[in-house]
Design a protein around this ligand. Structure first.
Ligand SMILES: Nc1nc2c(ncn2[C@@H]2O[C@H](COP(=O)(O)OP(=O)(O)O)[C@@H](O)[C@H]2O)c(=O)[nH]1
Ligand SMILES: [Mg+2]
Length: 323
């Protein structure tokens, strides 16, 4: 028998992994019953520390995420992992040894791993990702790691509003330069130079440190993003990385910024949902008989300009919403 939203909600709060997985699938499919469960779950979320992990493909984000998860498990903390990279499912690195470690992880009942499929990408990837973060948060995960490939706007938006954002780079390949281009330097709370077994790691660290120092607008009391060297494959530097995450959380709590970050996250989440809703309503209005076709025809006849036409649609939507 199919679980009702209330069943899912009750089961999820009791720690039922299948209920969590099921609800996430409903979210990905934009199923209306997910909404009801999310509504009930909202007041149970807010306890987890949300960590974003971004950087170019192949830099070692998944491998690092696995290692970090292991580290937290050794401290008896539960972990949720969300991988937002429709191009590559979460495998935790391509090497066989890593895959084995990955399987160990996913067999641990206190670790919940989920890749966001391309289904979630239908216009609402960041909305769906936020929903999944909230589900894992309400599910009681102490740390929630969100891995996104730092390539597109959507992915950046998602990690931007995590509590601690980690930017992963590796030696060589001009990765640091790319980081600035993507505006990633601004969003990192912690920088990682992974693959320290490769040539040029100290240089990459020095370059990054210099860029961070000369970053404009950093005040005395602001957080100074550390640059951590890791070799994720061998598990080197993971303790340091975990310590930096703790230090950052400590800083957020002490400075009162944790609350501010939470408010920012809520605001961003609200905006994402509104964007989706309003654009869908606008699209629907344009499909409605008369409204869209007539406007577009008038635009084509040069009777009305695109901006005024958009104003008319907004007015139409507002009038209809007020009815
Ligand atoms: N040499 C070396 N390779 C690594 C290290 N960490 C990860 N890798 C490898 O780099 C490749 C990409 O790693 P992955 O974690 O999937 O990167 P992602 O695309 O950023 O998630 C895999 O083949 C990993 O095994 C490291 O510290 N040193
Ligand atoms: Mg990956």
């Amino acid at each position: 028998m199919k679980d009702s939203p209330n069943d899912l909600y009750q089961k999820l709060l009791k720690g039922d992994r299948r209920a969590a997985a099921r609800l996430i699938t409903l979210v990905e499919n934009a199923d209306p019953s997910a909404r009801q469960a999310l509504k009930m779950l909202h007041r149970h979320s807010g306890g987890g520390h949300i960590v974003g992990m971004t950087g170019s493909p192949g830099s070692g984000k998944s491998t690092l995420t696995c290692r970090l998860a292991r580290h937290y498990r050794d401290e008896d903390r539960s972990v949720g992992i969300i991988c937002v990279d429709p191009s590559s499912p979460f495998t935790g690195g391509a090497l066989l040894g890593d895959r084995v470690r990955m399987q160990e992880l996913s067999g641990d009942p206190e670790v919940f791993i989920r890749s966001m499929g391309s289904r979630g990408a239908l216009g609402g990837l960041s909305v769906a990702t936020n929903d999944v973060i909230n589900i894992l948060d309400a599910f009681g995960k102490d740390v929630i790691i969100v891995e996104t490939v730092g390539a597109g706007q959507v992915e950046i938006e998602v990690v931007k509003y995590t509590h601690t954002c980690i930017v992963v780079t590796m030696p060589g390949g001009g990765d640091e330069i790319q980081a600035i281009k993507a505006g990633i330097l601004e969003i990192g709370d912690i920088f990682v130079v992974n693959k320290s077994d490769r040539d040029g790691a100290p240089r990459a660290v020095a370059d990054l440190e210099m860029m961070l120092e000369t970053k404009p607008g950093t005040s005395e009391e602001a957080w100074k993003p550390p640059v951590i060297t890791t070799m994720a494959l061998a598990g080197e530097g993971i303790d340091e990385l975990a310590a930096a995450i703790s230090a950052h959380r400590g800083f957020l709590v002490e400075s009162g910024l944790l609350e501010e970050k939470t408010v920012q996250r809520m605001r961003a989440e609200l905006l994402e949902i509104l964007n989706l809703k309003v654009s869908r309503a606008a699209e629907n209005a344009l499909e409605e008989e008369g409204v869209g076709a007539e406007l577009v025809r008038r635009m084509a006849d040069r009777e009305i300009d695109p901006h005024s036409a958009a104003d008319e649609v907004v007015e139409y939507l507002l009038k209809r919403a007020g009815r």
